[in-house]
Design a protein around this ligand. Structure first.
Ligand SMILES: [Zn+2]
Length: 220
């Protein structure tokens, strides 16, 4: 897999700091699972973050704060071990680990919902408090998505196939990291369908009358 497009450094820094919202964080984790360059960049960011923390002078803790911290530790020691969702044992081709936790099946077995000619979607579960959505899109070869901008940040991770737009050609493993100013008109240029994971924080704004008609149908 040759990855050409990576998340912006600002996005990686937010990911390292744990401040990316759930949908975005899952998508970035899925990219990092397959991208050596971003894993290395992330290690550098974490090293710099650690050095900054070490350089901050520790302030003395009041006796009351110390008591409270110790009692919290005691409470934690008594608590039953946290139950974590078991990770799927099988590794499904084309499905990075962080995505496999949300997807019960392989890409070939997804039950798609047709939303427009050539476009199907499968919404992935995120928690109720999430401010972002996570959707898989399956777009048929040659399909052109109407010219549109975004109400906020949008991350797209290509899993299969490829598309082309004003920002370049995006194939498996590539991330398109778009902000609210970006406008594009992606066209699927692979002989097979393009399957991509899309995280958004606000409804997509389609331009033009027919495109606006499409928006409630596509629902991203
Ligand atoms: Zn990368």
């Amino acid at each position: 897999m040759t990855i050409v497009h990576h998340p912006d450094t600002a996005t990686l820094v937010s990911y390292a700091a744990g401040s990316l919202d759930e949908g975005f964080a899952t998508l970035v984790a899925a990219h990092i699972a397959t991208c050596d360059a971003c894993r290395a960049a992330l290690r550098e960011i974490e090293d710099v973050g650690g050095a900054v923390l070490e350089s901050v002078e520790a302030s003395p803790m009041s006796p009351a704060s110390l008591d409270r911290a110790l009692s919290l530790l005691d409470d934690h020691a008594d608590a039953p071990p946290a139950r974590t969702k078991p990770r799927p044992k099988d590794t499904r081709p084309g499905v990075p680990g962080p995505l496999a936790r949300l997807l019960e099946c392989g890409l070939d077995d997804i039950v798609w919902k047709k939303v427009a000619p050539g476009v199907s979607k499968h919404v992935l579960p995120v928690s109720k408090t999430a401010r972002s959505t996570l959707t898989l899109l399956r777009i048929a070869p040659g399909t052109k998505i109407p010219d549109h901008g975004h109400g906020g940040m949008e991350l797209t991770l290509v899993l299969e196939g490829s598309y082309r737009d004003v920002f370049g050609r995006f194939g498996p493993g590539d991330i398109a990291d778009l902000d609210e100013h970006a406008e594009h008109q992606p066209v699927v240029d692979s002989p097979e369908a393009c399957i991509c994971l899309v995280a958004t924080e606000a409804p997509t704004r389609f331009k033009g009358f027919f495109s606006r008609l499409l928006q409630p149908i596509v629902g991203i």
